[in-house]
Design a protein around this ligand. Structure first.
Ligand code: ADP
Ligand code: GLC
Length: 480
């Protein structure tokens, strides 16, 4: 049996702000249980839903040296869908009303978490062969592991994987504060290690010290070796290219299944979507105050409202698009200017545009099921899960060809009768608009073709099956 340990800052169903939580919550249970015992360590956030707190069992506690203090480390545990989850408790670090509060608060929070994740292993009696770290919040795990933990036999020989879900966030803060808080020797703070433009960079530490690096699609793995997508770390990515690979994300096919999903209005599958799917649209239109019309094309957006997702392109052409016979439903939160932008359009085009500016799991499923198309014109997209959810629900993605969007959505080719969605290349609002209008044309004028695209989309396999095999291969290779 090979022991794999995930360390991450969020995971479905306990805590979620984005796709990272979907991945951490669904990949471990899909690994082959005959060969892999995969467990997960998360922070015990005090704002976690009471329903999850109720199923956690207190295990033990101890004190750990951190930031010039002796800090309390409590351990809670639960088994969820066959996977052991451990939660690290310390209310000085994990209280507040959200997982990320910005620097420098997050620096202390996740440095503490990274050190504690390693420190609890003997107490939970789990010695991993591989520790799989996710994003900058856990970048210090491979670094700490290389340091004083090596004095203890228990930790020697543990391998590490660092997965980049988003290179934009690196955990950067001024050198002196970082040194002071994390308590690592000066040796680590040089330009070939944690130093980055005179500051300290936690993700960079993870990328230097991990035995292997992965990111969540092949295209993104290539893109981040270039300055445009490399966020200042493209040189390091090139230097480590032999240890870097792209493994595309899957989605939880039990949770996201239009045939059984209890969160949507009407279930359907690839056999009966022609009749049944539209009932989701009219029900959502009615619920959200859109004009109820089964024939009008509904374009959905479910997203963090940030620059990454290409909302400035939408801002440029939204007025023009609203002259067309389409409706928009937007579910998202994030940057205030985008929240207000959609509120504005919903006011200006009431009955045609609905802006739901909050986070809501159930509504997200309804949008995936109800919409005809899903718009995701990202500036960059490491993988993207929303387009995979859309494909699964027969909602055709309209995407920009970057990162995982490029790898998972095949552009419709009307001559060959292939493709599962619509895409454009350049980060340009008019290119996006032309693509949306092309999709409108197929939707209104060539409905049979549209439905055949849905057939292909719904029959694609974006479950974890294939990608889990690739992770297993990577773990096997690391363990030797
Ligand atoms: P990212 O991780 O960059 O935010 P992904 O496409 O990988 O993008 O994953 C986003 C996940 O978050 C999807 O599961 C999506 O449905 C969900 N999501 C985003 N915004 C909301 C929201 N406002 N309400 C509910 N779910 C949301
Ligand atoms: C990040 C990326 C997104 C990816 C997700 C899960 O949040 O922005 O593209 O799908 O992580 O890997």
């Amino acid at each position: 049996m090979k022991n794999i340990l995930f360390v991450a800052s969020e995971s479905v169903p306990f805590i979620k702000t984005g796709g990272l939580a979907d991945v951490v919550g669904s990949l471990p249970k899909t690994l082959d249980k005959r060969y892999f015992d995969c467990r997960v360590i998360l922070p015990y956030y005090s704002f976690m839903d009471q329903k999850w707190k109720d199923i956690l069992e207190y295990k033990t506690n101890f004190y750990m040296d951190f930031n010039w203090n002796s800090c309390y480390v409590g351990i809670f545990e639960c088994v969820y869908e066959g996977v052991h989850f451990y939660f690290i408790d310390n209310q000085d670090y994990f209280s507040g009303d959200r997982p990320y509060a910005g620097m420098p608060y997050d620096l202390g929070r996740f440095a503490f978490f990274s050190k504690a994740a390693l420190s609890i292993l003997p107490s939970i009696d789990f010695r991993p062969d591989v520790i799989h770290c996710h994003d900058w919040q856990t970048g210090l795990v491979p670094v700490y592991l290389s340091n004083s933990f090596q004095e203890n036999e228990f930790y020697r020989g543990i391998k590490t994987v660092m997965t980049i879900h988003n290179l934009k966030f690196q955990g950067i803060w001024d050198m002196d504060s970082v040194k002071n808080i994390v308590g690592l020797p000066d040796y680590y703070f040089t330009p070939d290690k944690l130093e980055y433009k005179k500051d300290a960079n936690l993700l960079k530490g993870g990328l230097v010290y991990a035995n292997a690096i992965t990111t969540v699609s092949n295209t993104y793995a290539e893109e981040i070796k270039m300055p445009y997508y490399g966020e200042g770390l493209d040189g390091l990515m090139r230097a480590r290219e032999h240890d870097l690979r792209g493994i595309v994300n899957g989605i939880d096919y039990d949770l996201f299944n239009p045939a059984t999903d209890s969160l949507i209005y009407r279930n359907y599958d690839s056999g009966n979507f022609r009749k049944e799917k539209v009932k989701n649209k009219t029900a959502l239109q009615a619920d959200l105050g859109l004009e109820v019309d089964p024939k009008t094309m509904l374009i959905g957006i479910v997203s963090r409202l940030t620059d990454q997702k290409g909302f400035d392109l939408i801002a440029y052409v939204m007025d023009e698009l609203c002259q067309d016979g389409v409706q928009f439903v937007v579910l998202g939160t994030g940057e205030e200017r985008y929240e207000n932008m959609f509120r504005h359009f919903a006011w200006k085009y009431s009955g045609k545009v609905s802006a739901q500016i909050y986070y809501n799991e159930a509504l997200s499923h309804k949008v995936y099921a109800a919409s005809d198309a899903f718009l995701m014109p990202s500036q960059f997209e490491p993988c993207g899960l929303s387009q995979l959810m859309s494909l699964r629900y027969g909602t055709l993605p309209i995407v920009r060809e970057t990162g995982g969007l490029k790898d998972t959505v095949e552009a419709y080719n009307e001559y060959e009768g292939t493709g599962t969605g619509f895409s454009f290349v350049n980060y340009n609002a008019h290119e996006m608009m032309a693509t949306v209008r092309y999709a409108e044309k197929i939707y209104y004028d060539r409905k049979r073709e549209w439905n055949k695209i849905i057939d292909r989309a719904m029959n694609k396999d974006f479950s974890w099956h294939n990608s889990a095999l690739q992770y297993q291969e990577l773990y096997d290779w690391l363990i030797g």
